[in-house]
Ligand binder design. Structure first.
Ligand SMILES: C[S@@+](CC[C@H](N)C(=O)[O-])C[C@H]1O[C@@H](n2cnc3c(N)ncnc32)[C@H](O)[C@@H]1O
Length: 231
C-alpha cells in the first residue's frame, strides 16, 4: 500500500527538492500545452491533479486565462510555495490526499507526470470522473517506464528520492481504468518537439544508454484524453 497521507515535498534529494523537479519539467509543460491540450481553457474551470508547486497552472494561465483553477497535491511545502506565488490569480491550491471534498463542476482536468505514481488507477479514474461536468475532459500526461525492461533502472533512480514511488500499471491497465470509470479514452503518443541534444543528458542515472533515452522520448510518452460523456 502507498501512503495516502500528506508529505512535505515529493522529491527528497538533498539540496534539490521540488524546485529541481519543477526546473526539469518546464520543457514537458510547454510541449503538453502546445501539443496535447486541444481545447481552450479560457474562462473555464480546471483541476490540476498532482500540481506540486503549481508551475504548470501558472504557465497555462499566461496563454489561456481560465476562470478558476484548483491545484491539489500531497506535498504540503510545495502547495505552500504554489499559494505564495499565485496570490493575485484565480487559483486555489490545496494539500489533499483525496478528491472527494472538491466540487463536481470542473470543465477540464489535467495531470502531468503523476499517474505513473498512482497504484489504484481505478479509484483515481473514478474520482476524476466524478469531479468533471458531463462533457468534461481529463488530459493525463504519462511516462511509461513499465513496458520496456530498460526503464527498471529509471524507476530505481526515481524511487531513490521520490516520496511516492513508481506504480506498476501498464498502458493497458491505465486505459481500462479510465474506461471502467465511464470515460471515452483517446490517446496520443508524444514525440519530442525538437531535436534531442546529444550526448544525452549529463545526468546518466535516468537512462542506461543513448538509445534507451531516444526510445523513451519517441515511444514511451503518452497523453490520455479522457472524455466524460455528455448526458
Ligand atoms: C513527478 S511530480 C509532477 C509534478 C507536476 N505535475 C509536474 O508536472 O511537474 C508528481 C507529483 O504528484 C504528486 N502526487 C503523487 N501522488 C499523488 C496523489 N495521490 N494525490 C495528489 N498528488 C499526488 C506528488 O506529490 C508530486 O508533486
Amino acid at each position: 500500500m502507498q501512503p495516502t497521507n500528506l508529505i512535505s515535498q515529493w522529491w527528497q534529494e538533498p539540496d534539490a527538492g521540488d524546485q529541481a523537479l519543477e526546473d526539469s519539467h518546464k520543457e514537458f509543460w510547454d510541449d503538453f500545452i502546445a501539443n496535447a491540450i486541444d481545447v481552450d481553457f479560457t474562462n473555464k474551470k480546471i483541476l490540476d491533479f498532482g500540481c506540486n508547486q503549481g508551475g504548470l497552472l501558472l504557465r497555462i494561465y499566461d496563454s489561456m486565462p481560465f476562470k478558476k483553477a484548483v491545484g491539489v497535491d500531497l506535498a504540503e511545502q510545495s502547495i505552500a510555495k504554489a499559494k505564495a506565488r499565485s496570490k493575485d490569480l484565480p487559483i486555489e491550491f490545496l494539500a489533499l490526499d483525496d478528491l472527494q471534498s472538491l466540487d463536481a463542476d470542473f470543465e477540464y482536468a489535467i495531470s502531468s507526470a503523476v499517474i505513473y505514481l498512482i497504484e489504484d488507477m481505478r479509484k483515481h479514474a473514478a474520482q476524476i470522473y466524478d469531479r468533471l461536468k458531463p462533457g468534461g475532459v481529463y488530459f493525463a500526461w504519462h511516462a511509461d517506464y513499465i513496458r520496456d525492461k530498460r526503464y527498471v533502472a529509471t524507476q530505481e533512480a526515481i524511487n531513490r528520492y521520490a516520496t511516492i514511488k513508481c506504480a506498476q500499471n501498464s498502458v493497458d491497465d491505465i486505459i481500462t481504468s479510465f474506461q471502467t470509470a465511464g470515460f471515452k479514452v483517446f490517446v496520443k503518443r508524444m514525440l519530442p518537439p525538437a531535436y534531442i541534444p546529444v550526448p544525452i543528458r549529463e545526468d546518466k542515472r535516468w537512462f542506461s544508454s543513448a538509445l534507451a533515452e531516444i526510445d523513451y522520448w519517441y515511444d514511451h510518452r503518452y497523453v490520455f484524453r479522457c472524455v466524460k460523456p455528455d448526458r
